[in-house]
Design a protein around this ligand. Structure first.
Ligand code: PBG
Length: 325
């Protein structure tokens, strides 16, 4: 009798496929990134991210409650300020939009989910870079660090459980840990964007935060050709006190997620970014791809690669699908 081996036996119906599935995605593993726009009276739709909005303070609170009800594991907040300046001072100001929004959401949902904040200057600077600039126009790593420290303290005091440094400055995790500890914020953790690549897939996000950037971030974000460099960044962030490490983007860097999950002794997160979202939404809107299975397939792939936590703009909808079974 041939064939003697029949792997198809384990695929013959949904029940057996469910029994032997190696990877699962659960709502608790999903984190919803959210945008809040200073002074907005109505939520503003983001053209390149259908279904995603720049929230008002009010609509943000409501969306946060909806996300908690869907069972998502966390919320990651980004602010869109009305005014920007050379040093991104709106990020440190307790009355800056991101800090105000953190306070709002924390008051609304308490500890029912994990509240995270983007700790980076690009939304707050008038030049759009993730750090302050030296006189010659280059990004000044060390001058940026002390601002990150202050920003992290402001965010923690506003209610963030986890601070998410995303600027890829050398030493950012260490300086933030030190600043938090010095302020007595010992329980506030750090979700380090450890391996963040310079990517063409950030395009829609730049619309979402009305980015002022001209040029690129290649002097601080990683080169997509490299994986060894990502491992080194992770090791440094672990040594500096990261509580979780993150890879970003996700789909084009599944091998990096895998490599990092094998060396990390803290949970690994992956960020399915704006361009990954936009690609599937655009294809689905054209009837070229079946949206729901496509989304779930990407989430499963990211988990299979080794991510414990996934930041995704589909977090709430995917959680609702998963809850339906
Ligand atoms: C920096 C930051 C960016 C994203 C998250 N944090 C933008 C960038 O590095 O240009 C991108 C997220 C996405 O594309 O969904 N504050």
């Amino acid at each position: 009798m041939f064939p003697t081996h029949r792997p198809r036996r384990l695929r013959r119906n949904p029940a057996i496929r469910r029994l032997v599935a190696e990877t699962s995605v659960e709502p608790r593993q999903l984190v919803l990134p959210m945008f809040v726009k200073e002074g907005a009276r109505e939520p503003v739709a983001i053209r390149s991210m259908p279904g995603v909005f720049q929230h008002t303070r009010d609509s943000l609170r409501k969306a946060a409650v909806e996300a908690v009800e869907a069972g998502v594991g966390g919320l990651m907040l980004f602010g869109v300020p009305q005014k920007r300046d050379a040093t991104g001072s709106g990020g440190i100001d307790p009355d800056g939009i991101l800090n105000v929004a953190l306070r709002d959401v924390r008051a609304e949902v308490g500890d029912a989910t994990v509240l995270m904040s983007d700790c980076c200057l690009d939304e707050f600077t008038d030049h759009g870079h993730c750090g302050v600039l030296a006189p010659d126009g280059s990004v000044d790593n060390d001058a940026t660090l002390s601002i990150y420290g202050e920003m992290a303290v402001a965010q923690a005091e506003a209610g963030a459980h986890l601070i998410g440094p995303s600027g890829m400055m050398d030493g950012q995790v260490g300086i933030i840990r030190e600043a938090l500890d010095r302020a007595g914020l010992l329980d506030t953790g750090i979700l380090a964007y450890s391996a963040k690549y310079s990517s063409a897939f950030y395009g829609p996000f730049r619309e979402a935060v009305e980015s002022q950037l001209k040029g690129d971030r290649k002097t601080y974000q990683q080169d997509g050709a490299n994986v060894r460099e990502a491992l080194r960044e992770v090791q440094l962030d672990l040594a500096e006190g990261a509580d979780l490490v993150m890879v970003k983007p996700a789909l084009a860097y599944l091998d990096v997620i895998r490599a990092i999950s094998e060396i990390s002794d803290v949970p690994v997160a992956a960020y399915q970014i704006s361009g990954e979202y936009a690609m599937i939404e655009a294809a689905a809107a054209n009837g070229w791809i079946d949206r729901r299975p496509a989304v779930l397939e990407t989430l499963t792939s990211i988990r299979r690669a080794g991510a414990d936590v996934i930041l995704t703009y589909w977090a709430v909808e995917a959680a609702q699908w998963l809850n339906q079974g």
